[in-house]
Write a protein that binds this ligand. Structure first.
Ligand code: SIN
Length: 331
C-alpha cells in the first residue's frame, strides 16, 4: 500500500514537472520573408540561404519561412505588412519605398551609376549608410542593400534612339522618378505590380518595360518581347528591411546571430546577382526568342541626353549633395 502511494505521488510529481516544463518551453520566433521574384534569382537565393543559415545556427529558437513569387504580398503591400507584423522581412526594390521616403529615389535616377562597382562604392559610403538608416523614423530597420543589376529596356518594337519610345506604354515600378524618366521620352509610364507584368506584355496591354537581365529571364519577359535594348540606363537594387519593433523583440544574442546570417546571405545573393547579370543575358541570347540591341556610343549619348534632365527635376527632394556624392562614386 505504502509503495503504491509513493508511486502515485512520484508519478503525479513527474507529470507536474512535465506540465511545468511544457509551459516554460517557448515557441521559436518565426521570421516570414516575403518577396516577389522567382526562387532561382539573386533575391530568391539570398532568402533561401538566410533560411538555411538560421536553421543551422538557431534551430528551435528562430525559424525562417520564405514566400517567393508574390505568394503572400506584392511589393507595394509588403512594407505595410511589415509594420503590421504580418511579415517580418522583405527586400523590395528601392523604387518601391517612395511613400515612406523620397530620398531613396536617388537610386532611380537614370544613368547615375556607370556600373555595379560604383553602386557598391556609394552604398558603403557614409551617404549610402545614411540612406540605409533613413527609414528608421518610419519604424523600419534597413538591414542591408542587395543587388540585382542594371536595367535594360524590353519592347515590342526596336528601341535604338529615344524617339523610338515616343507614345509607347511602359510598365514601371511605383516611382515618380521612373515615371518622369519615361515622360522625358514622350512615352507613357504605368505603375503596375511585378506579378502583372508578364500578362500585360503578353496581351500587349503595354508595349514594354524595364528590368534586369535576371528578371527578364526568370519571368520569361523575353518570350513575349521581341526586342531588348541593352541600355544599362538604371539600377534594380533592393533594401532588406524589417520593423524596428520586431527587430528589437529578438533577444540580443539571437539578434546578433540573425544579423551575421543576413550579412552572409546578402553577400551570397550579391555574388549570384553578379553571375546572373552575365549568365541570364547569355541564356536569353541563346534562346533566339528576341533580339538584343547593342547601342553605339552615339545612340547611347542620345538616351543620356533625353533622360538626364530628370536629375534636376528631383534634385530638391533628393538633395544635390547626395546626387553629387553618388555621381562621384563613378570616379
Ligand atoms: C523585384 O525584382 O523585386 C521586382 C522588380 C520589379 O517590380 O520590376
Amino acid at each position: 500500500m505504502f509503495r503504491k502511494i509513493t508511486t502515485l505521488v512520484a508519478t503525479a510529481a513527474l507529470s507536474g514537472l512535465l506540465v511545468a516544463g511544457a509551459a516554460v518551453a517557448k515557441d521559436p520566433i518565426t521570421i516570414k520573408f516575403s518577396h516577389v521574384v522567382a526562387e532561382n534569382t539573386a533575391k530568391g537565393q539570398m532568402a533561401n540561404k538566410f533560411k538555411d543559415l538560421i536553421a543551422e545556427r538557431l534551430a528551435g529558437k528562430v525559424q525562417v519561412e520564405v514566400f517567393p513569387s508574390s505568394q503572400l504580398f506584392n511589393d507595394d503591400g509588403v512594407l505595410k505588412a511589415i509594420l503590421l507584423g504580418d511579415v517580418q522581412i522583405a527586400a523590395p526594390a528601392l523604387s518601391k519605398f517612395e511613400s515612406y521616403t523620397r530620398q531613396l529615389q536617388i537610386f532611380d535616377l537614370p544613368f547615375l551609376f556607370k556600373d555595379m562597382a560604383a553602386v557598391e562604392k556609394f552604398q558603403t559610403s557614409e551617404k549610402g549608410i545614411e540612406l540605409l538608416d533613413s527609414l528608421q523614423k518610419k519604424g523600419f530597420v534597413g538591414l542591408g542593400y542587395l543587388h540585382n543589376g542594371m536595367k535594360q529596356l524590353s519592347s515590342n518594337s526596336p528601341l535604338r534612339v529615344p524617339s523610338d519610345a515616343n507614345g509607347l506604354k511602359f510598365r514601371i515600378m511605383s516611382s515618380d522618378v521612373l515615371a518622369a524618366q519615361f515622360q522625358a521620352l514622350n512615352a507613357v509610364p504605368l505603375k503596375k505590380p511585378f506579378s502583372e507584368v508578364f500578362t500585360l506584355l503578353q496581351t500587349k496591354a503595354i508595349d514594354g518595360q524595364e528590368n534586369s537581365w535576371s528578371n527578364i529571364y526568370s519571368q520569361k519577359f523575353f518570350e513575349v518581347q521581341p526586342y531588348i535594348t541593352e541600355s544599362n540606363h538604371g539600377l534594380l537594387d533592393y533594401m532588406v528591411v524589417t520593423s524596428k519593433e520586431f527587430w528589437m523583440s529578438i533577444p540580443d544574442d539571437e539578434r546578433a546571430i540573425v544579423r551575421t546570417a543576413l550579412d552572409e546571405a546578402i553577400a551570397f545573393g550579391n555574388k549570384v546577382a553578379e553571375d546572373k547579370s552575365i549568365g541570364d543575358r547569355q541564356l536569353i541570347l541563346d534562346s533566339k526568342r528576341c533580339e538584343i540591341i547593342e547601342l553605339t556610343d552615339a545612340e547611347r549619348s542620345q538616351w543620356v541626353e533625353a533622360m538626364k534632365p530628370v536629375w534636376e527635376q528631383f534634385e530638391e527632394e533628393i538633395g544635390k549633395d547626395m546626387i553629387d556624392a553618388a555621381y562621384q562614386s563613378n570616379m
